[in-house]
Design a protein around this ligand. Structure first.
Ligand code: JHZ
Length: 416
């Protein structure tokens, strides 16, 4: 692992650290039962702001093959909310861009085909690109043409030149990159690859949680080693320009992952009034200056104290506590706050690839969601708080039997 004080994006020296989460295990490094007594590496996790290009990023680099091993457990298709959002996105693009049998939609980090399947259903040709073999197999099995690769300029050039397997030369009418632009070490190269792969007149849409929400709503647990960057509109102006693209438009989805922005990029210059407004707002609230981040560590520390105090007092009263969502962010929450099996007994998750494993560092077993009604813990800490409405609606039987939820973010709250 290497740590750097140079900006990952613009190379400027003197990035300003503002939050140190200590040494944490890898958030998606779920532990097999037979490895529970074995060594578990922990890596420093510190976040900094670049006063030069305004992009926020972590200082540490964990090798990609360690972060994304062949058994990487995240599958996108386990949230109905995300599936519905993705379907709306796909149908909107088909209509707005007039996509049909002669078009091509490429998705970077296409996972299990959760989004592209909507284009396939509508008869629009697709290509998914993702480095996770299990997810790529699931997508191909479902009829979503996908290749198992990391994306960058090299792959883009091969696709355009037609030298990648038997795919033939191709360029995309639409490129989609959702929840991946936080994960890519060479993000400038990744965006340059998108430019190479995009047809003249084509469009790129990129979604990522918004750093403004992260800071304002104390969503510190979305910080982990996979997430190298925390994005803003101001940062994306520079990222697009450096690759010879233009940032044209932005949309906001407050209910997705704690607040998500969708940026629209193309070869053509021009900014929508919405984008101009976001850029002006970011300058006005100070997102472009270090001060905006300066008190974050203190607020995160306060959340930790409050949550630990709540869980300890419930335990002292003899209450049982479980957690919902073996999410990557859940691992940051458990490890940073220090929530071991003395406080939370087990974690439930719908993702069958996660069940039977244990949470990184804190080692709670991951069970199927039926364990909530079978064991009826008094309280359930929602680690996947970004899906809290979906989860609480789905768990009506648990609630009717007296179960209560704890939502940890933006500050710990018990929901009856
Ligand atoms: P979820 C992921 O992070 C992965 P994570 C990734 N690092 C990323 O960038 C962000 O998303 C954006 C489960 N669940 O999606 C599924 C249920 O069991 O918030 C997941 O394991 N029942 C690429 O891992 C977990 O909760 C449900 O009803 O922090 C949620 O994880 C629902 C809705 C979810 O992301």
């Amino acid at each position: 692992m290497k740590a750097t004080m140079e900006c990952r994006i613009c190379g400027a020296e003197g990035v300003a650290p503002f939050l140190d989460l200590g040494k944490t295990p890898l958030s998606d490094g779920l532990v097999r039962p037979e490895n529970l007594d074995g060594p578990e590496p922990r890596y420093a996790l510190e976040v900094a702001f670049c006063p030069s290009c305004k992009v926020t990023h972590i200082l540490e680099d964990v090798a990609q093959e360690i972060l994304f091993p062949d058994d990487y457990p995240y599958f996108s298709s386990f949230s109905d909310h995300l599936l519905a959002h993705s379907r709306r996105h796909a149908l909107g693009l088909i209509e707005a861009r007039g996509l049909g049998a002669d078009s091509l939609v490429v998705e970077l980090a296409s996972n299990d085909g959760y989004l592209l399947r909507n284009f396939v259903e509508a008869g629009v040709p697709v290509l998914g690109i993702d480095p996770a073999p299990m997810q790529v197999k699931t997508a191909n099995d479902a009829g979503v043409r996908s290749i198992c690769e990391f994306f960058g300029t090299e792959l883009a050039d091969r696709l355009v030149a037609g030298t990648y397997d038997d795919l033939g030369p191709l360029q995309a009418d639409v490129i989609i990159a959702n929840n991946v632009c936080a994960h890519v070490p060479d993000l400038n190269g990744f965006v340059a690859g998108m430019k190479a792969l995009l047809k003249p007149g084509g469009t790129i849409t990129i979604e990522n949680p918004y750093v403004r929400d992260l800071i304002e709503h104390c969503e510190f647990d979305t910080i982990y080693h996979e997430h190298l960057y925390y994005h803003s509109c101001t940062g994306w102006v520079g990222l697009a320009e450096r690759a010879g693209l233009a940032l044209n438009h932005v949309e906001y989805f407050p209910e997705l992952h704690g607040g998500t922005l969708r940026w629209h990029l193309s070869h053509e210059a021009g900014r929508s009034p919405e984008l101009e407004r976001y850029l002006a707002d970011e300058a006005e609230v100070g997102l472009t200056r270090f001060d905006f981040y300066a008190d974050f560590a203190g607020r995160v520390e306060a959340l930790k104290t409050d949550l630990l105090g709540l869980l300890r007092s419930l335990r002292a009263e003899g209450r049982t506590i479980a957690a919902y969502g073996a999410a990557a962010k859940g691992s940051t929450m458990l490890n940073y706050v220090g929530i071991g099996t003395d406080l939370v007994d087990f974690v439930v998750d719908r993702n069958t690839h996660k069940q039977g494993l244990h949470m990184p560092g804190t080692h709670q077993p991951i069970l199927g969601v039926e364990a909530l009604t079978e064991r009826q813990p008094d309280y359930t800490l929602i680690l996947a708080w970004n899906f809290k409405d979906e989860i609480m609606a789905q768990q009506a039987a648990y609630r009717e039997a007296g179960g209560r939820f704890i939502v940890p973010v933006p500050s710990p709250e018990v929901v009856a």
